[in-house]
Design a protein around this ligand. Sequence first.
Ligand SMILES: Cc1cc2nc3c(=O)[nH]c(=O)nc-3n(C[C@H](O)[C@H](O)[C@H](O)COP(=O)(O)OP(=O)(O)OC[C@H]3O[C@@H](n4cnc5c(N)ncnc54)[C@H](O)[C@@H]3O)c2cc1C
Length: 387
Amino acid sequence: MDFDLIIVGGGLAGASVAAALQGSRFRVALVEPHPPVVADGWDSRVYAVSPSSAEFLREIGIWQHLDAGRIAPVQKMSIHGDAGGTLEFSAYDSGLPELAWIVESGRIHRELWETVRRQHNVTMLGGSVPDSMTIERDAVALGFSDRKPVYGRLVVGADGVNSWVRTRAGIDAEITPYEEKGVVANFRCEHDHRNRAFQWFRPDGILALLPLPGRMVSMVWSCANGHADLLLALDAETLARRVGEAAGGVLGALELVSVAQAFPLRFMRVASPVKARVALVGDAAHAIHPLSGHGINLGFQDARALAQALKALPPWRDPGDIAVLRGYARTRAEEPFLLQYTTHGLNRLFGSGNPIMSALRNAGLNLTDRLPVVRNALVRYAVSGRF
Ligand SMILES: Cc1cc2nc3c(=O)[nH]c(=O)nc-3n(C[C@H](O)[C@H](O)[C@H](O)COP(=O)(O)OP(=O)(O)OC[C@H]3O[C@@H](n4cnc5c(N)ncnc54)[C@H](O)[C@@H]3O)c2cc1C
């Protein structure tokens, strides 16, 4: 057998599975055609990394190597409804040092990639992607057009929301496009954000401004495809003015400091992320609306759970055994399900033009704001996955 694990997809989820297996007895292949790209200036793709994901990244030796000067803690979060509803979360009130950290995508990816490349138990298979997958009783074989097939005991599908591994393994997925895009861009702001994240549920989409170090913020505006295309077509000054107005001027005048980009949004769920010799992690296993900022946080927890399940095996146990993989699936059953449906429900609730729904959702925000126990329980769930 060539490898114990073949990880297909070296994005953040796949690379973190490999990194979490450092020092283990497993021989790992990582198949990824594209090395990380690090932006020259500030990456317009950022993640709100939860404290439990930061803890995982520290465990696998990534977090401590990130440039602290490029990471912003989130101390407070203000959520505004479309008719006066407001909800405020604060790390201090919830007894936490911070609610999340805002980190650039390319920089976490590069650190993961460099860590994995230094690992003795990992072979990087770059360049091409597999074109066939055969699941046998004792092994799985991946074929390539330009190299010999590779054999492993377990294939890990970490190849994103359109996962080739998932399709080849015959794992059915429920996919619902939101018909929306997430438009991302960074802005310099006139007023200090004081490490506060903002989110507005607006008739034209959900606008989030996340704090970056200094007087900068990163925007995610999730909106209907047509509106996203309109935003992308605006010149820098008009876009900055439009975002500043949508934000009610809370941060004063804005200045665009990166290229605006858009990503299609979809909901995707599988009945089970495993079958014999196959396990899915990250967006290959679940795709979630970015309004809760949880997609890669779920992916990191998948990576952590899968690596823990494998490292706990005695040497004679087969890592591709379905009984082993079902254990991993059980530990990951609740968190993605709850977050996916809560986020999906919120998106639908705030997407409705019905005035009764509008009154209800704004009243709901105000009521939650006045119930500190509920509010703080929500914060704890959001940052740790536990009430
Ligand atoms: C606008 C927006 C904002 C977001 N904000 C947040 C946030 O604040 N916090 C958060 O937690 N999440 C956020 N997310 C979600 C997050 O981006 C995803 O959950 C995350 O990128 C998924 O990582 P992944 O490694 O599973 O998949 P991907 O990032 O899609 O990586 C898949 C990898 O597989 C490789 N690949 C694909 N096919 C093959 C193949 N056939 N063979 C080999 N390799 C292959 C690709 O090259 C890629 O490197 C956001 C998403 C969007 C769209």
